[in-house]
Write a protein that binds this ligand. Structure first.
Ligand code: ATP
Ligand code: MG
Length: 415
């Protein structure tokens, strides 16, 4: 009979285990620690939504909507999309659940997101994001808080030195419209020299040409008009408050006048935390203010600001976390000992002592495994120990051994 072929892992997805998993878990832990310090509340939202949640809020001209979404029809012929990011789903939840009553809301969530793009190091089709949002606050203080939060996350992970905060403003609606019109005129004059993709973007999404990576576009994009000449005084004052807040909080930043966000709903603050340690995939965390989003989803105009970070990219940057260690292993010798050991194992674990016992094996193998697990104690139970009602407890590494009555194990090992 022909052997059945094992199914393959889908391209762009990951099976995360071992060292890689420890890095991944460390990033999530650090995020959890910092979000508590900043009083952000956790929320969970669906992995899939009606397609229009993303198409209406991200804009049809963005890369994500035009090329990268996993969209399919379910069995009732509804168009469904796997979330390519969190912000749109959170805004949808805010509206459908009537969370206006809690505004301003400081929220975080984490989990997998899906984008159909070319897989490479640091770029996957199912990847994971950390996400932080403030909904219902128009004040620049909200932007500052999110940026200081992001900076502290990098400090918590020990990677703040290799990562730079690049900051820009996209102005208010009036500023952005005037700048956009000027960019269309300017790029129109250079149309023939632009890449095909940028020519295509010219009318629909001219801001995106500014951060094009195509070498043909770069000199033209670099000489394009800055937003500063079009800034209303309100938009200028907003940006100044943000930068003053960052200075007050001791968060270093640099202005990058070419930084734009791909998504149409961004206003005012736009930012990226960038490193040169990950090659082309150097953006580890990105976000900005999206005052236009909730209106685009049919809600009352509601300001919002937030960021998302790639868990995998952060995980690649951190030092390798220490291996997980356990407190003790039990080494039973013989059937009677094994039965008694099963009870002791349960008691120790219930007492909060991380304890393991192999499913089988002789003393030598069990002790070798205990070493590999980094255990501090080996609790040896054989016929003699059963008779005495006390285990032989070996302090691994030190090589010393003492006798501990079964009933005292939990107390003595947790001391
Ligand atoms: P990029 O320019 O790298 O494509 P992006 O602008 O599409 O990034 P955002 O939509 O801002 O990224 O997503 C926030 C963060 O999620 C990014 O800064 C990055 O760390 C991470 N990220 C984005 N796409 C991927 C991916 N395909 N695989 C892994 N991480 C990703
Ligand atoms: Mg992308």
């Amino acid at each position: 009979m022909a052997r059945i072929e094992t199914p393959k892992r889908i391209r762009g997805t990951q099976d995360i285990f071992g060292d890689e998993q420890r890095r991944f878990a460390r990033v999530l832990e650090a995020f959890e620690t910092v979000r508590r310090l900043y009083a952000f509340r956790r929320l969970e939202i669906p992995v899939f939504e009606a397609t229009e949640v993303f198409s209406r809020s991200l804009g049809e001209t963005t890369d994500v909507v035009s090329k990268e979404m996993y969209t399919f029809e379910d069995k009732s012929q509804r168009s469904i999309t796997l979330r390519p990011e969190f912000t749109a789903g959170i805004a949808r939840a805010y509206l459908t659940e009537g969370w206006q009553q809690y505004a301003p809301l400081k929220l975080v969530t984490t989990g997998p997101v899906f984008r159909y793009e070319a897989p490479q190091a640091g770029r996957y089709r199912q990847f994971h994001q950390l996400d932080a949002e403030v909904i219902g606050a128009a004040e620049p203080a909200a932007d500052v808080e999110l940026l200081v939060f992001a900076d502290q996350l990098l400090r918590e992970l020990g990677i703040q030195d290799g990562v730079t905060l690049q900051l820009n403003t996209l102005g208010d609606a009036e500023t952005r419209d005037a700048w956009r019109a000027a960019l269309i005129t300017y790029f129109g004059q250079h149309r023939a020299d632009l890449s095909a993709e940028s020519q295509d973007r010219l009318e629909r999404n001219p801001l995106r040409i500014l951060d094009s990576k195509d070498p043909r576009d770069r000199p033209i994009a670099d000489a394009a008009p800055d937003i500063d000449a079009f800034m209303t005084s309100e938009a200028g004052a907003f940006f100044e408050s943000v930068t003053k807040g960052l200075d007050a909080a001791g968060v270093a930043w640099t202005r990058n006048a070419r930084l734009v966000r791909g998504l149409d709903y961004y206003r005012h603050t736009a930012f990226e935390f960038v490193t040169d340690r990950l090659g082309a995939q150097g953006t580890v965390l990105a976000g900005g203010r999206y005052d236009g989003l909730i209106g685009a989803l049919g809600g009352n105009e509601t300001p919002g600001v937030g960021w998302a970070a790639g868990v995998e990219r952060l995980a690649m940057l951190i030092d390798e976390p220490a291996a997980e260690r356990i407190d003790a292993v039990i080494v039973p010798m013989g059937e009677a000992a094994e039965a008694r050991a099963t009870g002791i194992l349960a008691d120790l674990r219930r007492a909060g002592i991380a304890t393991d016992m192999a499913f089988k094996g002789n003393m030598k193998r069990r002790l070798a495994k205990a070493d590999a697990q980094g255990a501090r104690f080996a609790i040896i139970i054989g016929d003699d120990e059963l008779a005495k009602g006390a285990a032989a407890v070996k302090i691994l590494g030190a090589g010393t051994q003492s006798e501990v009555p079964f009933g005292d194990l939990a107390r003595i090992l947790s001391a």
